[in-house]
Write a protein that binds this ligand. Sequence first.
Ligand SMILES: Cc1ncc(COP(=O)(O)O)c(C=O)c1O
Length: 395
Amino acid sequence: MDIFGKCMNFNKAHEVIEMGIYPYFQPLSANDGPRVEMNGQETIMLGSNNYLGLTHDPRVIKAALNATKKYGTSCSGSRFMNGTLDLHLELEDKLAKFMKKEAALIFSTGFLANLGAISALAGKDDYIIIDKADHASIYAGIQAAFGAIVKRYKHNDMEDLEKIMKSLDPEKGKLIISDGVFSMEGDIVNLPELIKIAQKYNARVYIDEAHGLGVLGEHGRGVGEYWGLEDKVDLVMGTFSKSLASMGGFVAGSRKVIDYIKHSARALIFTAAPFPAATAAALKALEIIEQEPERIKKLNEISRFMHHSLKDIGFDIGKSNHTPIIPLYIYDDIKTMYFWKQLFNAGLFTNAVLPPGVPPKQSLIRTSYMATHTKEDLNQAIEILEKIGKKNGVI
Ligand SMILES: Cc1ncc(COP(=O)(O)O)c(C=O)c1O
């Protein structure tokens, strides 16, 4: 049997390409933040995680350019060996203070932060308990946590979580992991209940703040701040690829735990360090978030406006609440791609999300918003969505 056999028989993507509705790997030829150029036409971007619009802030761009001039384009090695810069340590220090934790550790991507931290912490005979809708990088982490016993509870269902916790051996180590803001559904973890259950069953809590950082809470510290429960979360994970306008990721927690991960995580030790420009851009973006909290307020106003507008027009937006991720449920895979294509042709870029990104028959158009979207961008987007929604019988 040829291991490449499955590749030779893989036609799924090509069938959709031939139907003219393939929504993935679409190239951008210019990017201004809220507006981009795609397929030769100006397009409103409703598919980005650039929540605070900082990728085009002149101060962030300047910081990235200066770091490239000073340190070069690459660290050319692992953090563990030759690849640690003073900039990395400065960013770790700043992140720890911002997240109100003793220490932080940065990785080259958010994906690697989850993969590295989870697989370093959990091993033989430990329990990892995750929300079924957790991000793929958390799944990668549990797969690499050799010997750990994995349990999955129904999405944000605290009764199901408690049922599972009750059934576990009380003597074994337990780590409950949840996304803070769920990346496709746009809803928020029920942290108060999750923490109550964790305390009752002596489990540690790990929250992925990828979509909460810079978005939720008065200062943008995420769902922990949103619920007023930051000190009850043992370990927070975040990424630079969303509000922090860069690339990279981190975990923050107690000094002892961070030190252990630092000396155990294969995804940190055996990969190249975050490059200078990325590190400097994240550092500057974090500084701006601290100095200009009005950006978070603006993003929240925009999110609220879009929730109301899309609901009023008649879209099914599921359980999305208070976040800039607003799904439009279409349910059927092919209809979702047709819908996506019509939006794209009309000058609106969104994300078509199909299984395994969501459960079967839960396909959706993921829309997301930035603090830098103008009223004109948003009104134009609503007009297109309403017109195409009606035409397709979605609303
Ligand atoms: C919830 C969540 N966690 C982790 C990641 C991985 O982060 P990155 O893209 O920075 O590697 C993402 C990004 O897609 C995410 O949505």
